[in-house]
Write a protein that binds this ligand. Structure first.
Ligand code: UD1
Length: 363
């Protein structure tokens, strides 16, 4: 019997590990698949609701790390994860995405000579000011198996000297979750509860330090929200960081009453909101991919994207970090200037099957 531990830590990890956990059930006679939650995200609506929505079992290990500076968070995860690895001695550790939990657990495992697999490897924004870019580069350098979502990943890893025998183009495991749960999401009452009509509202999320930490940007963000809310209903589930910054600068009260502000929203309700929106404005990584799959117009308020396929063939508009530019593009889109997109190669809902097959063959 082989033992595998998959790591989840932050909100965007849960929908990537859920399909892997299901796919491993096919091999349950030969593989024991365990889940370790670092506790990087811990709020009810940033973590627990995702386990419920995605039908994930209670994690086998919970490290309870919580928030802190990058060093405190990363080091805290390493110290606690090492204890688990020493007791459990797994044959493989699987990490997903690019959050602090990803690099912390990869580094811990590799120093103990435990093999690691990185799901969603090879993505690069080429902006080393982003903490996620550092996490991506370092995780890929020390991982043994690298699973790629789009062709750019293969090119990037080759340039960084990673040999082709470690790299597997398998598609996007997050789309596996999306396809699985879309039928359930259509039963959500969220639109009714918020008095929204399909294809007649804008959905916004914003949480990256580079987008929500300075007063100047926050003022521009509020201006964007107010201006859009004159044209369409606008729903903005607020990430804790963004909420705190708006509160600290006393800007919450400057937001137009028409804007629907909510707490972070669970997976199924959010999927329902995404699928039926006219336009999404975001700085998230995953939402760029989900909108491309769904053919929904997406404005990304960043200067770079590590997911170039969403711009090249998808419905993503990369407008830079100026909220004024985002406003212009949003108005154009709401006036009908829409991009037609295509679904990227292998984003077909079967990525977890491909990944587990490779892993079982290699173990
Ligand atoms: C992390 C990831 C980011 C991802 C995002 C999704 C890193 C470096 N960043 O950023 O790539 O896009 O998750 O949300 O790993 N907080 C709470 N409750 C929680 C979690 C966080 O209130 O359950 C607050 C805390 O004030 C905390 C802040 O949010 O200090 C930031 O949390 P943190 O985990 O450091 O990073 P995120 O900004 O969420």
């Amino acid at each position: 019997m082989k033992k595998i531990i998959s790591v989840v830590g932050a909100r965007p990890n849960f929908m990537k590990v859920a399909p892997l956990h299901k796919a491993f059930q096919k091999y349950k006679d030969s593989v024991q698949h365990l889940i370790c939650h670092t506790g990087q995200h811990y709020d009810e609506n940033m973590s627990r609701i995702f386990f419920e929505d995605l039908e994930l079992p209670k994690p086998d290990f919970y490290l309870g790390i919580g928030s802190g500076s990058h060093a405190i968070q990363t080091a805290g995860i390493m110290i606690e994860f090492e204890k688990i690895l020493l007791t459990e001695n797994p044959d493989l550790v699987i990490v997903v995405g690019d959050v602090n939990s990803t690099i912390a657990c990869t580094l811990t495992a590799s120093k103990l000579h435990i093999k690691t697999a990185h799901v969603e490897a090879g993505l690069r924004s080429f902006d080393r000011d982003m903490p996620e870019e550092i996490n991506r580069i370092l995780t890929d350098q020390i991982s043994d198996l690298l699973f790629i979502t789009e062709q750019s990943g293969i090119t990037n890893l080759k340039k960084e000297g990673i040999t082709a025998d470690k790299v597997f183009f398998v598609g996007n495991v997050m789309i596996d979750s999306l396809k699985t749960y879309l039928p359930k999401a259509t039963k959500s009452n969220i639109l009714k509860n918020l008095s929204l009509k399909p294809q007649n509202y804008v959905l916004m999320t914003m949480h990256r330090p580079s987008n929500v930490d300075s007063l100047e940007q926050l003022k521009d963000l509020v201006h964007l929200m107010n201006s859009l809310s004159d044209k369409r209903k606008l729903i903005f589930p607020i990430h804790p960081r963004t909420k705190k910054n708006l509160e600290d600068h006393s800007l919450l009260k400057s937001i137009n009453q028409k804007v629907i502000l909510s707490e972070p929203i669970g997976y199924l309700d959010f999927l329902s909101l995404l699928q039926q929106s006219e336009l999404v404005i975001t700085d998230s990584g995953g939402i760029q991919e989900e909108t491309t799959y769904l053919g929904i117009q997406c404005i990304t308020t960043r200067t770079t994207t590590e997911r170039p396929i969403t711009v090249e063939i998808g419905t993503n508009h990369l407008v830079g970090d100026s909220y004024r530019k985002a406003e212009n593009t949003a108005m154009e889109i709401l006036n009908g200037k829409k991009k037609t997109g295509k679904i990227p190669e292998l984003w077909d809902g079967n990525s977890a099957d491909r990944i587990t097959k490779v892993i079982v063959d290699k173990l």
